[in-house]
Write a protein that binds this ligand. Structure first.
Ligand code: FAD
Length: 330
């Protein structure tokens, strides 16, 4: 899969990577999302994560896409679950439903207020934080599968013995290198991660960020405070100025001035080339991919255990980022 590279090539060797997609919002989009899944799966990621409830998608749409990945590719899906709107009983049933579908990788997040929610409206259910959801997933898995059956060879035949070992569940959680918008300070962000770790989370994926130092400094502080699980940087190739503005608005991240300037310049060049019937020297697409490649290289050099790519349901930009990093063939 990975091409051999000369020794002096600065590109890192193959590293673990994963993708994130969101479920199709209507039946017309199902086929194109499935095509994206197959293109992504061909790159052999560690997992493909499917968002839950984000942007108005429903539980059924998430579960269907997670099932599709499990049944039609060789890549394990990771199901996002949130605390939004469920009673304890419903949350319990939901987790069980995903576990019964064979899902063993989760991202436990609190979730944000649904679009249209009134200011101050309590949109959460009985579970109040991602930490409680981590605890619930482990509890439900323990209740539904307190033991596994293991064949034990015996004289005169094979007997079945009961073992206490359960199938492991991987539970990821969100981390915020530049602070969660509701956090008072860095210490609180790290305390929340420690609480998630104590409840059995074994991986964190970060909110997107635009400067490698933000990630590296956050991980340094988290390690000093006792966070031990891998903290995987979440990276998105931002291939248009319009998308950058939307992302900054949604995530509350500070506007990355340099990237914004480059995208603006490319936007102007594209317009001028269109008007003159020519070809622009740089495009917003090439700027976005080049920025994500440089960011990916810097975080890997800074010790990142891999990269999680926000695909925005498009395979080309994230695969181009991986090509730029030398993780998949040209
Ligand atoms: P929590 O860890 O519960 O905490 C959020 C903040 O609340 C903390 O930073 C802290 O400030 C405060 N807090 C938490 N616990 C306590 C406590 N005990 N005492 C005091 N303060 C506390 N949203 C979706 O709706 N669907 C998705 O699929 C989705 N996927 C995401 C994937 C990633 C990788 C990331 C980074 C985010 C995702 N989100 C998704 C967004 C996420 O739901 C929001 O960012 C949400 O506001 C916070 O979620 P959390 O899991 O970090 O919450």
């Amino acid at each position: 899969m990975t091409a051999a590279r000369p020794r002096d090539d600065p590109k890192p060797a193959r590293f673990p990577f994963s993708f994130e997609v969101y479920p199709p919002r209507n039946a017309d989009l199902v086929a194109s999302v499935h095509e994206t899944i197959h293109q992504l799966a061909a790159a052999q990621p560690d997992f493909i994560a499917v968002t839950y409830g984000a942007g108005g998608s429903s539980r059924d749409q998430s579960l269907e896409l997670v099932r599709y990945i499990a049944e039609h590719t060789t890549v394990p899906p990771m199901a996002h679950l949130t605390c939004v709107g469920s009673s304890a009983e419903e949350a319990n049933r939901l987790v069980r439903e995903f576990l019964d579908a064979g899902i063993r990788q989760f991202l436990a997040i609190r979730g944000d207020a649904p679009e249209g929610a009134r200011d101050g409206e309590d949109y959460l259910g009985d579970l109040r934080s991602a930490t409680e959801l981590v605890q619930l997933i482990h509890r439900v898995q323990l209740e539904r599968e307190p033991y596994t059956e293991v064949d034990e060879p015996q004289w005169g035949g094979t007997a079945v013995r009961l073992s206490q070992r359960r199938e492991p569940v991987r539970i990821g959680v969100a981390a915020f290198p530049n602070g969660h918008p509701q956090s008072r300070n860095r210490a609180q962000d790290i305390d929340v991660l420690l609480a998630k770790q104590a409840q059995g989370a074994n991986l964190a994926i970060t909110q997107l960020f635009f400067d490698a130092d933000d990630y590296v400094n956050f991980v340094t502080d988290a390690r000093a405070a006792g966070v031990e699980f891998p903290i995987t940087p979440g990276i998105m190739p931002v291939t248009s100025l319009a998308r950058l503005k939307r992302i900054v608005e949604l995530t509350d991240e500070p506007m990355p001035a340099e990237l914004a300037g480059q995208l603006e310049e490319a936007f102007a060049q594209e317009k001028a080339a269109r008007d003159a019937g020519g070809v622009p020297e740089i495009t917003q697409y090439s700027v976005g991919v080049a920025h994500a490649v440089a960011l990916g290289r810097a975080v890997l050099e800074g010790g990142a255990p891999g990269i999680h790519l926000y695909a925005f349901n498009q395979h080309r930009p994230v695969l181009d980022v991986l090509r730029g990093l030398g993780a998949i063939d040209e």
